[in-house]
Design a protein around this ligand. Structure first.
Ligand code: ATP
Ligand code: HSE
Length: 321
């Protein structure tokens, strides 16, 4: 359960008094997520999500995230809407942390994604990329190729505690990716963390997308690679080609890939696997004392990385070239 910061009753009352959302009925920590502290805040006006932004979120990035949710929603993407207080501010301070209230989205995330879910994910990802056009703020991806080695340096000394030989394996991968990473693919605003727990479905219909706190400007196809890794592998570590084909087909229907994007996909998938291996490794080795959080398995992403190392081209993901 990701609740790193507790909120005192009087602090909450004072914070909420600045908004037109009535009185607090209840506040409950949410038993999901690993990044920020999230609370289900019920007021006279209904349910909301109260987020306190934690460690990996740079407060300077918050206007980008808040503005992006507003931009995407105005372009028809069903995502949380920041609630502004009486002074027109969407961001405040609560319990010593930057904080925001966003609208509550109905739906449940799917624990066992099927091919039809993957098809829908491909579609919504492409819609999101198109809807992101024209958003005036920009944010560098702190977790792309130039950010991976500095992150690894903070975990490398203890990496072999997780698996003997892991540090050398990662070092070799970094060497390769740093020298071959693409430079000229189509770019735009990407979600960068569109995992199953960030997408809601209602009766098998995709009902909304949440958690824009890694969103940034980067290669659009890198976002596809993140989704391939997050949605299309089975618990035994194998790629489900039917799901991968569905995800790519869902995307293509809305925004066709360029030939360069298709050629780069196996490499982007390696990079995306390394990104989540590294953040999970760092988190695994650095659980804050007393935090209610279950760190995620870094080695799941080592297995995905090893799969992509063997891939020659996108036909491995079910696409006919
Ligand atoms: N707008 C929303 N409407 C409904 N539920 C929400 C909303 N935002 C967050 N939640 C709930 O809170 C949980 C955690 O939210 P979120 O994924 O944003 O947290 P996080 O700590 O940033 O997680 P992650 O580890 O995925 O980065 C979600 O799985 C969902 O149950
Ligand atoms: N989606 C990430 C956690 C949040 O960044 C993971 O599964 O490692």
């Amino acid at each position: 359960m990701a609740v790193y910061t507790e909120i005192a009753d009087d602090e909450l009352a004072c914070f909420i008094a600045g908004y037109d959302i009535g009185n607090v009925v209840s506040l409950k920590g949410i038993a999901e997520g690993v990044e920020n502290s999230n609370y289900l805040l019920v007021t006279d006006a209904g349910p909301h999500i109260l987020t306190l932004y934690e460690k990996r979120v740079d407060p300077n990035d918050l206007p980008f995230f808040i503005g992006l949710m507003e931009h995407l929603a105005s372009r028809g993407i069903n995502c949380p809407q920041p609630v502004r207080n009486r002074e027109g501010q969407a961001l405040g301070m609560l319990a010593g942390r930057p904080a925001a209230i966003v609208t509550f989205l109905q739906g449940m995330w799917v624990r066992r994604p099927r091919a039809d879910h993957c098809l829908a994910i491909g579609g919504v990802l492409a819609e999101l990329h198109i809807a992101g056009e024209g958003f005036e703020l920009t944010r560098h991806n702190a977790l792309t190729v130039d950010g991976w080695r500095p992150l690894f340096d903070r975990a490398s000394a203890r990496a072999d505690e997780v698996m003997p030989g892991l540090a050398d394996d990662i070092r070799a991968e970094l060497d390769l990716l740093e020298s071959t990473w693409p430079t000229d693919l189509p770019r735009g605003v990407i979600h960068a963390d569109l995992f199953p727990d960030n997408v809601f479905f209602l009766q098998d219909e995709l009902s909304g997308v949440i958690d824009f706190y890694f969103a940034c400007n980067d290669f659009l196809a890198y976002d596809v690679a993140v989704c391939l890794n997050a949605w299309c592998f089975e618990p035994d570590g194998s790629l489900n080609v039917t799901k991968a084909r569905a995800l790519l087909a869902g995307y293509q229907k809305v925004r066709p890939f360029t030939p360069a994007e298709l050629a780069a996909l196996p490499l982007l998938a390696r990079g995306s696997a390394l990104r989540f291996l590294l953040t999970r490794l760092y988190d695994w080795l650095n659980v804050p004392p007393g935090a209610l959080v279950a760190p995620k398995d870094p080695l799941e992403y080592l297995r995905k990385l090893r799969f992509h190392r063997m891939v020659a081209d996108v036909s491995a993901y079910g696409l006919i070239l």
